[in-house]
Ligand binder design. Structure first.
Ligand SMILES: O=P(O)(O)OC[C@H]1O[C@H](OP(=O)(O)O)[C@H](O)[C@@H]1O
Length: 327
């Protein structure tokens, strides 16, 4: 039993706070930041034994893991880095941790580029994509299509409550893509003008269900009804190993203030009374789109019908895993 609480570097605490507050957001970006934070922890460690060094790293991983529950890219990243920690001395462990984190971050970038090329093959010259939220994996597909010389247009849902659609619109405009920004409620009307729904994912379950920003499932149902194919861009780091043994994915419930600001609360409360015990505001950040409403999951290993994604999961994970810091 350790006598003291392991030291966590301030930069790890800052990264954890930034992830929890969504200053750092998006499943791939969170994974990248978590790996960088573990490298920083290793670099700044003043541990005087290999045991103490490992305890610090595991405490750092735990602090990062506790921030947001839904995007599996976070525990997958922590597990990947911790499994690469080798050596008998603090110096050797420090070096191997930093090298492993760097390798992870390079692989992540490469995987997104490769995924983009695969996804671009589904997009034809002149196609219109409808997006939801902001996904770097989804945008990589559009970027690769443009690099292939195709002209792509976008209908961008603003994505209440945090309006990540504004980030998507801005990045698409920087690529030169004509953008039509719409409120979420207008999606069905504009589906008739779309050739694809293109979204990312925070987690993919073994049965091919896609866990993504709240509103994705309703959009997918409407898209199926309108005959618009739904394409999910998700690097393999989004595959959720625990779902292979029947676990479900926790859906994050975020603060009600994201939906109803404090200053607007009285407008909704009975007779303007604050607080109003009969008024509940709920803010689930994600929902689950069943595989039957998804046409293709695009990964860096190729595209898969959702029902076949478990084959890739078996290839990549083999045996299932436990806590991300259990090495
Ligand atoms: O990894 P990339 O493709 O960038 O993003 C994947 C997903 O992460 C985001 O979640 P949030 O905004 O962090 O809640 C969105 O749901 C997005 O589709």
């Amino acid at each position: 039993m350790p006598n003291e609480t392991p030291d966590i570097a301030p930069v790890v605490e800052e990264t954890a706070t930034d992830i929890a507050d969504m200053e750092v957001r998006g499943a791939a970006t969170i994974a990248d930041a978590a790996a960088a934070a573990l490298a920083a922890q290793a670099q700044r460690s003043e541990a005087d034994s290999s045991e103490a060094f490992r305890e610090e790293l595991e405490a750092a991983a735990s602090a990062l893991y506790e921030t947001r529950p839904t995007a599996v890219s976070l525990p997958n990243a922590l597990r990947y880095v911790l499994r690469g920690v080798e050596g008998e001395t603090v110096e050797a462990m420090r070096e191997s941790t930093v090298a492993r984190a760097e390798a992870f971050r390079e692989d992540l970038e490469q995987a997104q580029e490769t995924l983009g090329e695969v996804g671009a093959n589904r997009l034809r010259d002149g196609d219109v994509v409808m997006t939801h939220c902001h996904s770097t994996d989804a945008l990589a597909c559009v970027e690769a299509a443009i690099e292939d010389g195709k002209e792509i247009e976008a209908i961008v849902k603003e994505t209440r409550p945090r309006l990540q659609g504004h980030i998507t619109a801005s990045e698409l405009r920087s690529m030169g893509v004509p953008v039509t920004l719409i409120v979420d409620n207008a999606a069905r009307r504009y589906l008739d003008e779309a050739d694809h729904v293109l979204v990312g994912a925070d987690s993919i379950a073994a049965d091919g269900s896609v866990i993504n920003k709240i509103g994705t499932s309703g959009l997918a149902v409407n898209a199926r009804e309108r005959g618009v194919p739904v394409m999910v861009a998700a690097q393999s780091i989004k595959l959720h190993p625990d779902t292979m043994t029947g676990h479900t994915v926790e859906i994050e419930m975020r603060d009600e203030r994201e939906v109803l600001e404090e200053t607007a609360y009285a407008d909704v409360a009975a007779d303007g009374d604050v607080p109003d015990d009969g008024l509940t505001v709920e803010n689930p950040a994600f929902d689950v789109t069943p595989p039957r409403h998804v046409d293709a999951i695009v990964t860096e290993h190729g595209q898969y019908p959702p029902e076949s994604i478990v084959m890739l999961m078996r290839d990549l994970f083999g045996e299932t895993t436990t806590d991300p810091w259990a090495v």
